[in-house]
Design a protein around this ligand. Sequence first.
Ligand SMILES: Nc1nc2c(ncn2[C@@H]2O[C@H](COP(=O)(O)OP(=O)(O)O)[C@@H](O)[C@H]2O)c(=O)[nH]1
Ligand SMILES: [Mg+2]
Length: 397
Amino acid sequence: MTTAVSSASGSDATAGLATATTPLGRLLEQFRAGKPAALARAVSIVENHRAGFEQVLAAQHALLGRARRIGITGPPGAGKSTLTTRLARHYRDAGLTVGIVAVDPTSPFTGGALLGDRIRMEEVALDPGVFIRSMATRGSLGGLATATREVCDVLDGFGKDIILIETVGVGQSELDVSRAADSTLVVLVPESGDSIQTLKAGVMEIADVYTVNKADRPGADRLRNDIELMLGLRAGATTNNMPAHHGVDLRDMAHADRDAMRDAMNPARAARAAAQAEHPDVWTPPVLRSVAAQNEGVAEVADALERHFRYLAASGELRQRRRARLRERVMEVVEQQVRRRLWQDAETLAWLDAQLDALEAGTLVPFAVADALRARSSSLLTGAAYAPLPHPKGISA
Ligand SMILES: Nc1nc2c(ncn2[C@@H]2O[C@H](COP(=O)(O)OP(=O)(O)O)[C@@H](O)[C@H]2O)c(=O)[nH]1
Ligand SMILES: [Mg+2]
């Protein structure tokens, strides 16, 4: 069943949306014309949730999904920013435009780096085909993950072909941020306890491609093997590929059986073999090696990301991931609105304060106050602020 929703809601958020006579209308016009200055301003408005940010985002909605969003995550110092810069260069050389969103307080994109890094960054920073925004400080409602997604939407709507999202660390917020991406590249480094910690902290759930960066240092192959071993064990290679007979003479077995037997005895090998085979509906994360500082292995990383994107498209997972993102997006917006509408309403706060005596005396429980608050605030919560997109059927009930 569908319910038509009137677009004449008298809303504040849609007022002046399409007219070029308002400053925001003029900004959106320049944005649509592809002016880099308009992109920078639009990103700032959205990042800081300044007046008009909803209109800026709403104007992008129908355009979303053209960009490929690639998350690049891993422990501090792993070489994420270096690799991000190299990948940006790689995509620029292929004629693609790039947006970089760095969610990392230690990122050279924010200026906290060695001089050499700054110079390398500037090589892409000065390229008009590359837009860089650092999200190190985010004070407003909604949090970093929301802000990151919203900024990515602006870059996508602007027409950037590739969006690189650099996030540091291993915590839940970084995992949230990585969900803004279509593909996630996890960057690990040898001789760092962080790397295995990172894997344990749930990064294996989100990694589509791994690279062991700083492969010019000892221990890279060892780490690579450890990751492949974990991947192989997780995939259950040991049981799936085990030939029926044990104790057979390997020399009597067909090649395929022998390979299966070896893989069964070596899950890491099995994981590597699975990652090299191109299956339309199974993806085994490849574990690559790179020396980002020397631009080694960068093309291979880009190639693996390309293969992952093909897999996403062919398997239907791209559509699934993006639909899941839309769903989360609506939930996120509702939460933000509820918070803003309730806790920025002076009258509601005054009413709440008036309940404190009874709460303190124990004659009212917080749950009862919450019930009453929601009931008395229902019009605050349901009042329309956004007109639906022009669509013959309106919004589904
Ligand atoms: N030896 C070596 N150093 C690297 C490599 N990649 C990056 N670095 C250096 O490692 C340091 C941290 O790199 P950065 O990209 O800022 O790491 P991030 O914190 O993960 O973004 C910098 O000094 C880089 O020049 C590499 O492959 N090998
Ligand atoms: Mg960095």
